[in-house]
Design a protein around this ligand. Structure first.
Ligand SMILES: *Cc1c(COP(=O)(O)O)cnc(C)c1O
Length: 385
């Protein structure tokens, strides 16, 4: 059976070019980048090249890149590292209610430690209000963290405008750009951010490796203490192959972005328009301020989980919200923040496209989905009444 993979926000396959670039660092070039002999110098050179490439794409400096064990770690390092370092300046932090759990849960930990966190609401389109943000800033605000693009509903937040305010007020600004990388411009200067998180497996690189941009002059208390790796910001022998893979994947994504994005966006629009033909459906999140690869719809009178199982039987891999919350019966915190009821939030479907999806696959989904929805609705007591 053919498989149509429509869950690229959860993870992406590793591209062949990326695997090729990584392989030598598992085989003959296995040295420890801290060793002085040839093997070590080879690994060091690979790390340096990867760091420079990553920095160039972010419009950052070589020493402003810290490699981590993924996007979650990058977010934790930015948030806890900055909050701990700048505790003497104040204890107030601002974020939004629709962040990834890798931002929300560190925030909750900081609250236990005595910090005060403001969770800004979003409007019914999923957008943060710049004005509401400006009003939430206080004398003791030390850190702000807003995601560049949301992983569930694909909404793109006004990062550059918020950054203009934090810059003027001298407040540190972190953005989780894990979903934005490969789809949007992630130039840290244009975005006015002090810290920015990336994760390789969301842009066709390997899992378990990420990066945090940290603007020169910003200090962080490390999460992992040990050797002096990553300029004392993240101890541990470097994951050379993984880091090489991250840089290669980011380089390819950046080089191909202008060609790939319009193609993906056209498929997205076909899917959105096609699904909205089904009665009692709605698009979640702004249609305009939206990632080119994200579709998130609520389909009334059905259960998202049953829909996913039925799609899976037909070879379609999709998600009913955040991959991290599937398996739990709580409705998505992001969909609830948009003002959806529990029932409507439970009947949501997220499809996220990638560079290899085709028009034929979109045709297939649009052929398979309406009868499945019809069948599920006919079994639902809510629908008949
Ligand atoms: C996937 C994701 C993360 C976590 O990244 P990992 O590398 O899987 O730890 C963080 N934030 C967002 C928005 C994500 O989509």
């Amino acid at each position: 059976m053919k498989v149509v993979y429509l869950d690229h926000a959860a993870t992406t396959p590793v591209r062949a070019e990326v695997i090729e670039a990584m392989l030598p660092y598992f085989r003959d070039k296995f040295g420890n980048a801290s060793s002085v002999y040839g093997f070590g110098r080879e690994a060091r050179k690979a790390l340096d090249d990867a760091r420079q490439k990553t920095a160039d794409i972010l419009n950052a400096g070589f020493n402003e890149i810290v490699f981590t064990g993924g996007g979650s770690e990058a977010n934790n390092l930015a948030i806890k590292g900055a909050a701990w370092e700048y505790r003497h300046k104040g204890g107030h932090i601002i974020t939004s209610g629709i962040e990834h759990h890798a931002v929300l849960h560190p925030m909750q930990q900081l609250e236990k430690e005595g910090y005060e966190v403001t969770y800004l609401p979003v409007d019914d389109q999923g957008l943060i209000s710049v004005e509401e943000f400006a009003n939430a800033v206080r004398e003791d605000t030390i850190l702000v963290s807003f995601m560049h693009a949301n992983n569930e509903i694909g909404v793109i937040e006004p990062i550059a405008q918020i950054g203009a305010i934090t810059k003027e007020r001298g407040i540190l600004f972190h953005t989780d750009a894990v979903q934005a990388a490969g789809m949007l411009d992630i130039d840290v200067k244009k975005l006015n951010v002090d810290m920015l998180s990336l994760s390789a497996h969301k842009f066709y690189g390997p899992k378990g490796v990420g990066a945090l941009y940290v603007r020169k002059g910003v200090r962080l208390v490390p999460l992992i203490h040990g050797g002096s790796h990553e300029s004392r910001r993240r101890a541990g022998t470097e994951n050379v192959a993984g880091i090489v893979g991250l840089a290669k994947a980011l380089e390819l994504a950046d080089a191909e972005r202008e060609a790939v994005v319009p193609k993906i966006q056209r498929l997205r629009d076909r899917l959105i328009d096609g699904i909205l033909q089904i009665p009692n459906t709605r698009l979640n999140g702004s249609r305009e301020q939206r990632l080119p690869n994200n579709i998130n719809v609520s389909i009334e009178f059905i259960e998202g989980e049953s829909l996913l199982l039925n799609l899976d039987l037909m070879g379609i891999a999709a998600s009913s919200g955040s991959a991290c919350t599937s398996g739990s019966l709580d409705p998505s915190h992001v969909l609830m923040a948009l003002g959806l009821t529990h029932e409507v939030a439970h009947g949501s479907l997220r499809l996220t496209l990638g560079r290899d999806n085709t028009d034929a696959e979109i045709d297939y989904v649009l052929e398979i989905l309406p009868p499945i929805v019809q069948r599920l609705r006919e079994m639902s007591p809510l629908y008949s009444s």
